[in-house]
Design a protein around this ligand. Structure first.
Ligand SMILES: Nc1ncnc2c1ncn2[C@@H]1O[C@H](COP(=O)(O)OP(=O)(O)OP(=O)(O)O)[C@@H](O)[C@H]1O
Length: 598
């Protein structure tokens, strides 16, 4: 077993931090050990000091092994044990401890920031490259919660974990010192401590369980909250706001209930700790005097050292329980990251520069599950700058086809070629950059019109020229340039509200601002009134021949001027051709046309 496997098996929390912090974790640990040693040695030097000041019988017995630390230090540095020298030595040790403590505390904060940054950046990168199909199955509340609230709990987990570790080092240091003074008494006390820890183990387990439950409950709450904001209008308009609000409130009560339970366990641990420690120490003192016949002076000295060890041990337990209380977030984050890693989209190596010739579907089948094909054996070709429309009944597979065309979904079988190269051989991002995607719900960001369209591109003369081109092509230029603040007008919840048609034109402008080869429109104009729809439709057709356009629309008027139309029926192509050709060859199409009075 190599050291990584060993760490993984016995120190999985440690391994998690180690994955992000690497060598830094050892620097942090060494600095903790140093603080512990300097503190312990500094304190041990008080023993000769007490002896010198009091000359007490307790001090008199403190020579030889009982005094091993101070003897060692005095011998090593060849120092005459007088009051001033010992005092100076103690002072120097505590100064060194101060310096070590400073570095230890500072490094803890620095490494904590490094850890949080690395976790955040790694997960955001992974989310960027998360496969769309996997995303469809994921829980939006969980994603949101993990990357916001849960990440703060992870921060607390880091702090508590390392504090526990540092305190553990101090406990060990004092136990070693106490062992040097009176090993029998120390061992008895340590065994007692270990025995009591078994009682605490059950309580620790409960804390871990509640921590996991809390994470799950917060995912659920976030999910409800996201939907509450997203569906606000619908919920408000239908009076369902109150009912939905009750769900949210009940979720808040659930979270509160769990946190109260964590608090209860924590309070129990806190309350039990001191009485149990007293019992252990008392028993150890009793056994020691009764059976080992050690002098009370030695016991008292070990007790002094053990008192410090016990104090640190109790604080360590508190920190550890606080760590366990948030450890659910660590497990959640680890699982979340693994899930994102597993769900990484397939990525080829070929950089897609620009579209040259044709898109070819060759016997493409797509299914979400093995049970049902959503697209079955589809074959067709789209030539550069052609305008292709896809029509068909609801659920026929039109959006799925567009998702495959855009590379969001990969064929389950068959092959999709772009300029004769299989789609999965392209570097995904470079292909997707060449796509303009316009959907029914126009996407508007809370920012200025310029930023909404340029996607935060700097306002250089070149970009501004492109901006003017985009707003002109999408027929929104008059509206924007007549606003008091023109393109600097704020949109969205922080700015002005604009109509559905204006939003749609803005989102078309955003796609035209980008240098794209393809314009994919999925029911982009179906939410608009006929007049606005006609305006946008004309604008889109003005782009004919400049872009390769693929349109899904239920309104057949929208697609009348397309070069070719694909009629989908239950996942297969029922007919393909121009509007007139389909009228000739497809009774289904004729029926659709007559229903829409075209
Ligand atoms: N994420 C998914 N998981 C499983 N099945 C899905 C998923 N998305 C869509 N489907 C199924 O795929 C089929 C085709 O859906 P698709 O959205 O492509 O149809 P469509 O023709 O665009 O319909 P509409 O006109 O109503 O938008 C439907 O039966 C749908 O239930």
């Amino acid at each position: 077993m190599n050291y990584k496997d060993f760490l993984k098996k016995y120190f999985h929390f440690f391994t998690y931090f180690h994955n992000y912090l690497g060598y830094r974790i050892f620097i942090a640990l060494i600095s903790s050990v140093l603080v512990g040693i300097l503190d312990g040695v500094g304190l041990a030097l008080f023993i000769p000091l007490i002896r010198m000041i009091t000359g007490s019988p307790m001090g008199a017995s403190l020579s030889g092994k009982e005094n091993f630390i101070s003897e060692l230090v005095l011998d090593t540095f060849n120092i005459t044990p007088n009051l001033l020298n010992v005092f100076m030595l103690i002072f120097i040790f505590f100064c060194f401890k101060g310096i070590a403590k400073f570095f230890e505390s500072y490094l803890r904060v620095v490494f904590q920031q490094v850890f949080m940054r690395k976790v955040r950046l790694a997960n955001i990168d992974l989310l960027n490259s998360y496969d769309f199909q996997k995303f469809l199955k994921s829980d939006a509340g969980r994603i949101q919660n993990t990357l916001s609230g849960e990440i703060n709990r992870l921060n607390s987990a880091y702090i508590h974990y390392f504090k526990s570790f540092q305190l553990g080092v101090l406990v060990l240091t004092y136990i070693i010192f106490a062992l040097g003074v009176d090993w029998k008494f120390t061992l008895l006390t340590v065994f007692g401590g270990v025995a009591v820890n078994f009682i605490f183990k059950y309580l620790y387990k409960r804390t871990v369980y509640f921590s996991r439950m809390f994470t799950l409950k917060t995912h659920f709450f976030q999910n409800l909250l996201v939907q509450k904001v997203y569906l606000f209008k619908y919920l408000k308009a239908t009076g369902l706001n109150a009912v939905y609000g009750e769900k949210l409130k009940s979720s808040i009560h659930d979270m509160e209930g769990i946190q109260k339970k964590v608090g209860l366990v924590d309070a129990l641990l806190g309350a039990l700790r001191e009485p149990l420690s007293i019992v252990i120490v008392f028993l150890a003192v009793f056994l020691n005097i009764q059976f080992f016949d050690e002098s009370l002076a030695n016991v008292m000295l070990s007790l002094l050292l053990l008192y410090r060890a016990i104090t640190f041990f109790m604080t360590m337990q508190e920190q550890w329980n606080s760590f366990l209380g948030v450890s659910g977030s660590l497990e959640n984050m680890r699982d979340f990251t693994k899930e994102l890693e597993r769900g990484k989209e397939k990525n080829g190596k070929i950089i897609f520069d620009t579209f040259k010739e044709k898109l070819v579907f060759k016997d493409v089948t797509f299914s979400f599950t093995s049970k049902k094909n959503i697209l079955s054996h589809i074959s067709f070709t789209v030539h550069k700058n052609e305008t292709l429309a896809i029509v068909g009944e609801s659920g026929a597979g039109k959006s799925t086809m567009l998702n495959v065309l855009s590379g969001l979904l990969l064929p389950t079988s068959g092959m999709y070629y772009v300029d004769n190269i299989p789609i999965h051989e392209f570097e995904a991002q470079s292909f997707k950059k060449r796509i303009g995607y316009i959907v029914q719900d126009a996407t508007i960001f809370n920012d200025t019109i310029y930023n909404n369209i340029s996607f935060w591109a700097p306002k250089t003369p070149e970009n501004y020229k492109r901006f003017l081109y985009a707003i002109k092509k999408s027929a929104i230029d008059d509206f924007i340039l007549n606003l008091p603040n023109k393109e600097d007008t704020l949109l969205g919840s922080n700015g002005i509200n604009i109509s559905g048609g204006q939003k749609q034109r803005l989102s078309i402008a955003r796609e035209l601002f980008k240098e794209v080869d393809f314009l994919l429109l999925d029911e982009a104009t179906s939410a608009l009134d006929t007049e606005t729809e006609a305006i946008i439709r004309n604008n889109i057709y003005k782009l004919k021949g400049e872009y390769t356009i693929i349109i899904i629309a239920h309104r057949l008027a929208t697609i009348k001027n397309a070069d070719r139309i694909i009629l989908m029926d239950k996942g297969v192509i029922s007919a393909i051709g121009s509007f007139e050709e389909l009228l000739q060859c497809s009774s289904k199409f004729r029926k659709m046309v007559s229903i829409q009075n075209l």
